[in-house]
Design a protein around this ligand. Structure first.
Ligand code: HEC
Ligand code: HEC
Length: 407
């Protein structure tokens, strides 16, 4: 189209080069890191994001009694720079972190599913079924134990799990660093974020992932507004449900302790595996302690309506059934031949059908996704960030990789 006259071709070239620069500028700006903190954080003079919320006005958990509304939060991770958080967001959604470019962290921790995946047991590399469900990542900044069996104690230690597990993202440290160091956009982004080193290293990758995950804060649900004194935030049934939940009859709040709705402890409550699979011994393995056989970390109930199915093995599809489990009696589902040391707060509360319905209504008030981060439109690898159709994504990315390999 640029073959007309000299003038026209000059003009044409100018237009084309403008277009080119525009495209290039867009491509660059697509990977510009944010220099402001996510909502809920304030930027300090040292370029660190500090979490700000109402719970910081309250004094310690001690002495307030379990189930009290105005209790403080446990220690948390913050102080990351806006750039670290934003780089972590890009990494979290980039399938290039997996061996074959088929899955990102977000494949199993999807923002629209409460950062879980809607499966009873997650699917990993090559469609392999894992043994447990993907926990929500909301409020992980406050946790000091990770995985259902608490086998990691920091987010950094946790992140290398899925990256290099042959059944999950199946990558190797060498290949991961080769991919990232071979990508000029990533090199630029890491240089903007971390002190200059000759190469991107694994510490920086897990640090950015930790920064991002620590920014997933959900503490402004209707329940929270009620807790801070705005009584009208909950209706009569929901308040009644809260009161059943924290009563010494139901005892839910003994373990699912507000404000996080977990006490971050291990408890043996006697949830069996599904479909006749052998018992998952859970925390017994981590702590080498027989009394923790079948014990799992108490999960948060924040955004619980988004993360079905429930329990480590995806046992229940709805909340009513899950609450019903607690009413069926201590140890009712322990597989034959097993003896588990069920936690003393698990007993036979004899809740009425109505009381169980009220608990479910109350659990619906723990939803707050206002700070859901944006899924990047593009990631430096050029692969598609996770969408809600995982199978489609998997196929598309495999095609992209195959055509690249053929280049
Ligand atoms: C194939 C699916 C899958 C992928 C991919 C995946 N996860 Fe997970 N994630 C899980 C499952 C399943 C668990 C629970 C495993 C267990 O407890 O044994 C989990 C647990 C976690 C936990 C612990 C949460 C808690 O409350 O204990 C964190 C944090 C986490 N993943 C972050 C990540 C990050 C970061 C990535 C990417 C580097 C990632 N995950 C990739 C499935 C996945
Ligand atoms: C002794 C501690 C304890 C008590 C008391 C307790 N829970 Fe749990 N809860 C747990 C543990 C541990 C799990 C995870 C068990 C598993 O997956 O095997 C869990 C799981 C859940 C889940 C599923 C969460 C998810 O992400 O899959 C819900 C919902 C729940 N509990 C609600 C309740 C309610 C409602 C009560 C009161 C009737 C209650 N819990 C009492 C420890 C407790």
């Amino acid at each position: 189209m640029c073959r007309l006259t000299v003038v026209a071709s000059w003009l044409c070239a100018a237009v084309l080069s403008m277009l080119f620069f525009q495209v290039k500028a867009e491509a660059l700006s697509a990977f510009m890191l944010s220099d402001s903190c996510p909502p809920g954080f304030e930027l300090t003079a040292k370029n660190q994001c500090r979490l700000v919320n109402f719970y910081q006005l309250y004094d310690s958990v001690q002495g307030r009694g379990v189930g009290g509304t105005q209790t403080s939060l446990p220690k948390h991770r913050d102080g990351f720079s806006p750039q670290q958080i934003d780089l972590g967001r890009i990494l979290f959604f980039d399938p290039a972190l997996s061996k074959d470019g088929s899955m990102s962290c977000a494949s199993c921790h999807q923002p629209d599913k409460g950062f879980s995946d809607g499966l009873g047991r997650s699917k990993g590399f090559d469609g392999r079924q894992l043994t447990r469900s993907a926990p929500s990542l909301w409020n992980v900044a406050f946790l000091d134990k990770f995985y259902w069996d608490a086998r990691a104690s920091t987010l950094e230690e946790q992140a290398v799990g899925p990256l290099f597990d042959a059944n999950e993202m199946a990558n190797s440290p060498e290949q991961l660093l080769e991919t990232l160091n071979g990508n000029s956009a990533y090199l630029t982004l890491f240089k903007q974020t971390y002190p200059l080193r000759s190469q991107i290293d694994l510490d920086q990758v897990v640090s950015a992932l930790t920064a991002f995950q620590s920014s997933l804060i959900s503490l402004n649900s209707r329940y929270d507004r009620y807790a801070h004194g705005y009584h009208e935030a909950l209706n009569k049934n929901e308040i009644a449900g809260l009161n059943v939940f924290r009563s010494f009859v139901a005892r839910c709040a003994e373990c699912h302790q507000p404000p996080l709705f977990t006490n971050n402890q291990i408890a043996v409550i006697g949830v069996p595996e599904k479909d006749g699979r052998p018992l998952d011994i859970g925390a017994q393995k981590t702590y080498q302690a027989a009394k923790l056989r079948g014990g799992f970390k108490v999960p948060t109930l924040r955004n619980i309506v988004k993360t079905k199915p429930y329990m480590h093995a995806g046992n229940f599809d709805d909340l009513r059934e899950t609450v019903g489990f607690y009413n069926k009696g201590r140890g009712h589902a322990i597989p034959e031949g097993e003896t588990l040391q069920i936690h003393w707060h698990i007993w036979e509360p004899n809740l009425t059908e109505h009381e169980m319905d009220l608990i479910v209504e109350f659990l619906g008030t723990l939803t707050d996704e206002a700070f859901t981060p944006k899924v990047p439109e593009t990631v430096p690898s050029g692969l598609s960030p996770v969408d809600d159709n995982y199978q489609k994504l998997h196929k598309n990315n495999n095609q992209k990789l195959l055509s690249r390999a053929g280049d």
